[in-house]
Design a protein around this ligand. Structure first.
Ligand code: G3D
Ligand code: MG
Length: 191
């Protein structure tokens, strides 16, 4: 893909979850394909972008999709500017640590907070991270929660080894693309 190729589909995605679950590590793994234990913890709010190729089911081809992924520091959960962070988000990635049950139980707070501040139709992904370590939360528990909150995707990842990271972001991009195409179709039908 050349850098001057026009990217028609651009989505804002939020990474949410307790401090320490691996949000920043997942983002760095996805964007730079590295796992650097020396990086600094997130200060304030930051984002990174990456263009992925997403399969367009309708036209049976691949589309360039730009993901603008926001990483939020845990403490910002209580901050007064939080609504700005949530504004116009089209996708939410809820991250928990499969070795840390309290990070899993926190997800219901993260999701209700996010849904109260985002537009209806936001696509949710749930990621159980750190699967390179001995887990406490089972895949069934993770998947059960994801179904309960109508999450489009449930996936298990390791930012350390890279397992499933790229794939999880790509699947979310495909859901977002599908939703855009559906909305384009609706607009065309009303013209
Ligand atoms: P956060 O951004 O959600 O707060 P971080 O989480 O990305 O800062 O990660 C918190 C700690 O978990 C870091 O360890 C990081 O290296 C580790 N970590 C993140 N993802 C994984 C993973 O998939 N597997 C393993 N084994 N560790 C992971 P430190 O020691 O730097 O606090
Ligand atoms: Mg972080």
């Amino acid at each position: 893909m050349t850098s001057d190729e026009i990217v028609k589909y651009i989505y804002k995605i939020l990474l949410l979850g307790d401090p320490g679950v691996g949000k920043t590590s997942l983002l760095i793994r996805f964007v730079d394909n590295t796992f650097d234990p020396q990086y600094k913890s997130t200060i304030g709010v930051n984002f990174l972008t990456k263009i992925v190729k997403a399969f367009d089911e309708e036209e049976k081809d691949e589309k360039a999709v730009k993901l603008v992924i926001w990483d939020i520091a845990g403490q910002a959960r209580a901050a007064s500017y939080r609504h700005l962070y949530y504004r116009a988000a089209e996708g939410i990635i809820l991250v928990f640590d499969v070795t840390n049950p309290s990070s899993f139980y926190s997800l219901s707070h993260w999701v209700s907070d996010a849904l109260s501040k985002t537009q209806p139709g936001t696509i949710i992904t749930v990621l159980g991270n750190k699967i390179d370590l001995p887990r406490i939360i089972s895949r069934d528990e993770g998947y059960g929660f994801a179904r309960q909150i109508h999450s489009a995707v449930y996936s298990e990842t390791s930012a350390k080894t890279g397992r499933n990271v790229e794939k999880s972001f790509k699947v979310l991009a495909e859901f977002l693309l599908k939703r855009s195409k559906k909305m384009e179709g609706l607009r065309e039908n009303h013209q």
